[in-house]
Design a protein around this ligand. Sequence first.
Ligand code: ADP
Length: 476
Amino acid sequence: MRTKNTAKKRKGMSLSTMLWLGFSLFAVAVVFIFSAVQGVMLYRQYKTRTVSDLRAAGNYVMQELVSDGEWKEERLNYVFYDVLHRYSVNVFLLKEDGTCHYPYISVGFNEEVSVIQEKLRESGGISIVYQQEADVYSYASSLVRKGEVYYVYATRSPQSVGMFFGEIQGRSLTVSILAIVLAFVVSGFISMLLTKSLTEVTQKAKGLASGDYDQRFYDGYHFTEINELSETLDFAREEISKADNMQKELIANVSHDFKTPLTMIKAYASMIQEISGEDPQKRKAHTQVIIDESDRLTALVNDILDISKIRSGVDELKKGVFNLSEYLFGVVAKFDYLAETKGYRLETEIDDELYTLADKEKIGQVLYNLIGNAVNYTGDDKRVTVRLKRSGRVSRLEVVDTGKGIADEELAGIWDRYYRSSETHKRPVKGTGLGLSIVKTVLDRHKFRFGVLSQVGKGSCFWVEFPLPKDDFEVN
Ligand code: ADP
């Protein structure tokens, strides 16, 4: 037979890589989008600023030129220097022929002058701000002095755009790189922490799977979810370990309890075969032992089957509404023979007409086991009280005995453990040591509240709360 390669390939990407990559890419994307938006906004702002600076600078120069027509050199020097200083704008006073009247430079402005003339004509006003090239804006206005036309031409050099953006972009590039590096480091750190905790929990869970119940999952991790997970796993570990112990104990004790009746059955059968077969009286006594022991075995097997069926959920609860008061009277009546033959006093304080919604047959097992135990363990006065009273939205059942009670350290165990019947204890009601396990299993499946109050030397009170059915119910 050919065997397949069983080495399992792990599917998917590691959580830490994914987190790290995801977080880092996210940071890069944020930085990228942020820079793009910032660029657009800055450009807009630059444009508006430039236009308003140009207009303010041009108007200022115009005003100065118009208010004092002399145009003395010191005055012009002052005004043009002042305007450059205040608005970072270069202003030229041009003549119609394309020469520059002030400052005294020999560069020809023919092209500019014809553009200015055209723009002013188009606008119909005396001053205008227009876009000269991609990033260059200019201001122009005209005035007449001594019959000659002059143009005030102001512009902001394209280099200033570059300088303006360059500086800001340089700064935001540094910030972006820092942000990205920080994102890489932080996300790396977080994903490392997360993976570390997860790997640790996984490792422990593997230990648990191979039967190591000493694992402690909770270890104060940095993440709430992982803490919750480890707490849940701790709970699961406890439950599994309990179930495992119970199973071991059950097998050990059950096999012990099986052995005794089986030995007896075998011994008595041999005895009948060899000795008492011919003697009708002895034969009868010996076969009776065989019958009794077989009954004990049957009861034990039935109890074990009941528990495992209810626990595994194979046995669905057949819920219905029924008269609990009446039913409880019926169960108590089964113990009447003990009152008659052995002097037990079963006192009842049962309110009439209390109904509940539950699996009647299984609740019957609960009632029978609780009353049976009370009878078995009650004190010398042989008194047992069975009480059923309404209390709010529930009917509270109390089965009270006057026996030796249960010590505190035993209390938790009695529900789960398989208690081997003590040979010395005289029991009027046969028990298999699984009674309370059945009670707990049935009540847990119903989600009913139950418990025991016990005082050593005084007795115990086993209680169960049966919820009343909703108002509109059908009685079975
Ligand atoms: P058993 O067949 O041994 O009674 P149960 O599961 O019904 O098995 O009870 C488990 C154990 O709980 C008993 O062996 C006994 O030690 C204790 N117990 C149960 N009911 C009482 C009670 N009413 N008073 C004192 N001890 C009790």
